[in-house]
Design a protein around this ligand. Structure first.
Ligand code: UT7
Length: 327
């Protein structure tokens, strides 16, 4: 059943500072060739000074509002997907309201790691379909550079900072969400996490000394589950939408590693030229990777009105999700 919910505008906000793979060789024992071959990443953007996740999120939402032809104050809701929130509380979405100078509409975070944008889209779609909202901002935003251990070469080369957003609202035409699914497996929560700073391991001198406030990842386990979950979720969404691989006009998987993206594409038999990727320039921007790629694909003229867009994601939790959208 097509859900009459469409993208009214998209936006993105990337920090200006570029950190190349070669720049990282000053910090850790790595090389441009290792990073490119094992991940497909060539560079990442990194914030400077006191810039936080809500600053990038507010920039992306303002950009998306402009494309949708509305003022941020006209939004009925703001959903921010992030796992690098400004503060433990309040939510990054509330900080975004402060940055945008708006209030009144509900604003909250969804925390599903790199799947957060698709989780946010599912929440917004249900909200709109229930007739309770007409314009909802769904944003994925991250400042990973401030939660990485820059001495750990297994993680610090992978992630970047950035934000992407979409304004979604009711559709009365052909556009809509043809299918979507989402899921989680918390029994695997421990393989990708920031261990300290919450109630399980509160902040202390020892947690700081042990770099326990930074990303811990069992990379090869995550890799294996990512391929399985992303491709399974994608295949289910394509089947539910009643489409085959050749019907897909643009395929935007979560962009963590070119080998994961390629394995998913192959399993779904989607032609290679349909993949839109920002991974090489931005690295893994977690919740922001799908909305930033959508925004850039729109602006490059690759993703056009009427196109079939397939998306799939996977993240900490573990979480996953996929959606097929008639743009
Ligand atoms: O967004 C969702 C969350 N994240 C992901 O989806 C990431 C999923 N995982 C991955 O993308 C991959 O597992 C990684 C890119 C993290 C690692 O690639 P891998 O092919 O699984 O490498 P590995 O962990 O098996 O490491 C192979 C070797 C090791 O050396 P030894 O033990 O064989 O001597 C590592 O120490 O590569 C070494 N290595 C590096 N070498 C140079 C690990 N990181 C680096 C590095 N530069 N940055």
């Amino acid at each position: 059943m097509v859900r009459n919910v469409k993208f009214l505008g998209t936006g993105c906000c990337l920090p200006d500072k570029v950190v190349t793979n070669d720049d990282l060789t000053d910090l850790i024992d790595t090389s441009d060739s290792w990073i490119r071959e094992r991940t497909g990443i060539g560079a990442r953007r990194v914030v400077e000074g006191r810039t936080a996740t809500s600053d990038l999120a507010a920039g992306a939402i303002a950009d998306a509002c402009q494309e949708a032809g509305i003022e941020p104050a006209e939004l009925d809701g703001i959903i921010v997907g992030t796992c690098s929130q400004d503060t433990l509380f309040p939510s990054t979405a509330c900080w975004v309201q402060d940055r945008l100078g708006v209030s009144g509409m509900p604003a909250f975070d969804v925390m599903a790691g790199c799947s957060s944008f698709l989780y946010g889209l599912e929440v917004a779609a249900n909200w709109i379909e229930a007739g309770r909202a007409k314009r909802v901002a769904v944003c994925g935003a991250e400042v990973f550079s401030k939660i990485l251990n820059w001495k750990d070469r297994r993680t610090c080369v992978l992630f970047g900072d950035g934000a992407g957003a979409a304004i979604v609202g009711p559709s009365d035409g052909e556009s809509g969400i043809l299918s979507a699914n989402w899921g989680s497996d918390g029994t695997l929560a421990s393989i990708l996490k920031v261990p300290a700073g919450g109630t399980r391991m509160p902040a202390s001198h020892a947690t700081v000394d042990e770099a326990a406030h930074t990303v811990y990842m069992e990379g090869s386990k995550v890799f294996k589950h990512a391929v399985r979950a992303m491709s399974g979720s994608l295949l289910r969404a394509m089947e539910d939408a009643g489409i085959g691989p050749d019907d897909v006009d643009v395929f935007i998987p979560h962009q963590a590693n070119i080998r994961i993206m390629e394995a998913c594409r192959e399993r779904a038999a989607i032609p290679q030229e349909k993949v839109y990727s920002v991974l090489e320039d931005y690295g893994n921007i977690s919740a922001a990777s799908i909305p930033v790629a959508i925004c850039e694909a729109r602006r490059a003229g690759v993703l056009q009105d009427g196109h079939l867009l397939a998306m799939t994601a996977f993240g900490t939790g573990l979480t996953w999700g996929a959606a097929v959208v008639r743009y």
